[in-house]
Ligand binder design. Structure first.
Ligand SMILES: Cc1ncc(COP(=O)(O)O)c(C=O)c1O
Length: 659
């Protein structure tokens, strides 16, 4: 394993003192234990310090002089204030909140310095004149080691190395059931020994319990909360899909209002059914030219908040799958002014805290809850997510009950370990890796555009007109490419990239492809992609006619609570009549299921919603489309596509929602 490098930056305006400090601290680092590869370097001005922090991703901590002066002509007594420690600490924290910050107190009045910094995140103070370099080093090293600790993963590893006899679940018993099997040992070989050895259960008390953490899981969650700027963090082992549902069931009693983007992930819509919430759907903006659904316009959000001050919660996705980031602070402020809790689905944005290009995060913008698919964009196993909580009125008991309701009593421990490690990695080297990812994203853009055929769509191309003035930003690690001039249909292009060039892309619309860059994207991958696109471009094919999927119909009336409608038995009615025309009897009926075509993944109908002929036409259009479109929620009677509808009797038994 590569040895880590950890640089500690010392900022002191007096060159001689700085030299002595660096010398003393480096000598201590050399003579004492130094597993994190700590070295010290120094600068004399705040400007240089901020530049170093920006350019050097290996900087892990900073030691700041309590007041920074510029010495005029090197003369003592003739000095101008550069920056107070307070200001510098604020600037550093704003840029890289994961850094440890220590203050070097040079003056007698240390209480004044400490008081001035009281509200800032300062990790410690040293009195400079003590010149206790070994003591300072010990503290700096211990604090860094604390940050780099992975309590759950370490304990899991320890337990595996202890090689205890397993008289408990899981049944494969550290893989012993598979290892010598003539039928199944290849699975053991392929997946790897340690996956099985580390696959343990709540029967091992030293590994804590995800449902009532008080040991190493609690510790790992606590360190994660600090890293992500949350009051509390919870590890979820069934993805953000579950995380969203847990929060809904905590915040919303049946019948209580939830404001939500219609374009929210399907787990959000399922959460509406489970919690019994009364959803107020907000229409997302749409860029018809590229089939991309964007954020809800700010004005629509402000209006909804004004019209529904009785709503309990608002949920938005930021950033979206396509990389649109809301201007969250004013939206959250408006919601909070009415006492509405704000949940931000950051499934695609778990890395954002660790590079200023992506901030503010939802929590930094004031959100009460943020859910993140750590597995989507950081180094955690699939399904491993985090729920971050900053709600000042957090009801922990209720949350715990709901969390446990959705959590398996046999969570996969490697997933919990992967969350612990993903947190450590992004704290220790996230800034560096994200800086590289941003650089690669820039290169990918330049290379794709240089093909002359493919074109990367930038914010101005992608933003729907309705949100042009909403201060939306684009996460540049999501790269959407216009493919309309390449001579392939999008399906054929995806197949060509996969079969001929071994490239699998993230998603597509009828005329775009989206590529996802993460901290795992390598330069080799970038060059292979460039090579593939350049070769395809040079084929010089004539552009093909691309068929746009029909536009999503507007949201029709929601007549009953989705949960009430969903739990009706319903009746199954075909979409087409005997002459293969739109079945007129569907008009005005109420759907009992959620009907969602993929793409675009936005529900056309939710349980309780009124069916119109426009909606049926749209669904038939989707089902007849040449393209591979899945329509989730359709019931098949043989080959006949049908919808589950409320019967007249069922409708009569339900309470109508107020208009
Ligand atoms: C916006 C959004 N939220 C939530 C989810 C669900 O996340 P997970 O796959 O972690 O369950 C997804 C998944 O694609 C998503 O796109």
């Amino acid at each position: 394993m590569k040895r880590p490098v950890s640089r500690i930056l010392v900022i002191n305006d007096e060159k001689l003192i700085l030299k002595e400090l660096i010398k003393g601290l480096n000598a201590a680092a050399k003579s004492l234990e130094n597993p994190l590869g700590i070295t010290f370097s120094g600068v004399t001005t705040a400007r240089e310090a901020l530049q170093a922090i920006q350019e050097d991703g290996d900087i892990q901590s900073v030691l700041v002089d309590d007041t920074l002066y510029t010495l005029k002509n090197g003369e003592k007594g003739s000095r101008i204030l550069q920056m107070t420690a307070l200001k510098l600490v604020q600037e550093i924290t704003r840029f890289r909140p994961e850094l440890d910050i220590y203050i070097l107190i040079a003056q007698e009045k240390e209480d004044e310095v400490v008081d001035a910094l009281f509200s800032e995140t300062v990790d410690g103070y040293f009195y400079r004149e003590e010149r206790d370099y070994r003591g300072m080093y010990r503290i700096l090293n211990a604090q860094l080691q604390e940050k780099a600790r992975t309590p759950f993963y370490d304990q899991l590893k320890n337990y595996v190395l202890m090689a205890k006899d397993a008289w408990h679940t899981p049944g494969h018993s550290s893989g012993d059931s598979l290892r010598d099997s003539p039928w199944a040992s290849d699975f053991y070989q392929f997946i790897g020994e340690h996956i099985f050895r580390a696959d343990l259960s709540v029967s091992v008390p030293m590994l804590d319990s995800l449902m009532e953490p008080s040991g190493v899981i609690a510790e790992a969650q606590k360190i994660a909360a600090k890293a992500f700027g949350a009051r509390r963090t919870f590890f979820a082992t069934n993805g953000t899909s579950t995380a969203n549902k847990v929060i809904f069931q905590t915040l919303l009693a049946p019948g209580e209002k939830l404001l939500l983007d219609r374009n929210c992930h399907k787990s959000v819509h399922h959460g509406v059914v489970l919690s019994g919430a009364h959803p107020i759907y907000l229409n997302s903006s749409v860029n018809k030219k590229f089939g991309v659904y964007g954020p809800v316009p700010k004005q629509t959000l402000f209006r909804a908040i004004e019209e529904h001050p009785d709503a309990q919660a608002l949920i938005l996705t930021s950033c979206t799958y396509d990389g649109f980031r809301y201007d969250l602070p004013p939206i959250i402020e408006a919601a909070h002014a009415k006492g509405i809790k704000v949940i931000i689905d950051e499934a695609w944005y778990g890395f954002a805290r660790f590079h200023p290009a992506f901030r503010p995060t939802a929590l930094e913008a004031g959100a009460d809850y943020a859910t993140q698919s750590t597995h989507k964009v950081l180094s955690a196993f699939s399904q491993s997510s985090m729920i971050h909580v900053n709600d000042p009125e957090f009801n922990e008991h209720l949350f715990r009950e709901n969390f446990n309701m959705h959590t398996s009593t046999s969570p996969q421990y490697s997933m919990i370990a992967s969350l612990d490690v993903a947190r450590k990695q992004v704290v220790m080297e996230g800034y560096k890796l994200l800086s590289r990812t941003l650089e690669l994203a820039k290169e990918v853009r330049e290379q794709i555009n240089s093909t002359g055929v493919f074109r990367v769509l930038e914010l101005a191309d992608l933003l729907p007109d309705e949100v042009k003035n909403d201060n939306i930003q684009l996460d540049s690690t999501k790269v959407t490419v216009d493919i309309s001039r390449c001579g392939f249909t999008v399906e054929d292009l995806i197949r060509e990239l996969f079969e001929r060039y071994n490239i699998q892309v993230e998603k597509s619309t009828f005329n775009t492809l989206t590529l996802l860059l993460t901290i795992g994207t390598t330069r080799s991958k970038v060059s292979r992609l460039y090579d593939a696109l350049m070769r395809i471009a040079r084929e010089g094919r004539a552009p093909r006619r691309l068929y746009q999927i029909p536009e999503l119909p507007g949201f029709t009336e929601l007549k009953y609570l989705p949960r009430d409608a969903f739990y009706c038995g319903g009746e199954i009615v075909p979409l087409l009549d005997e002459q293969e025309r739109v079945n007129d009897s569907l008009k005005g009926k109420i759907c009992a299921d959620q009907i969602t075509p993929y793409p675009p993944g936005i529900p056309v109908l939710v349980p309780g919603q009124t069916i119109t002929s426009e909606v049926v036409q749209y669904l038939i259009g989707m089902l007849r489309s040449q393209k591979r479109v899945e329509v989730h929620g359709i019931v098949y009677d043989g080959y006949l596509p049908c919808l589950r509808l409320l019967s007249e009797v069922e409708e009569k038994s339900l309470k109508k929602l107020a208009k």
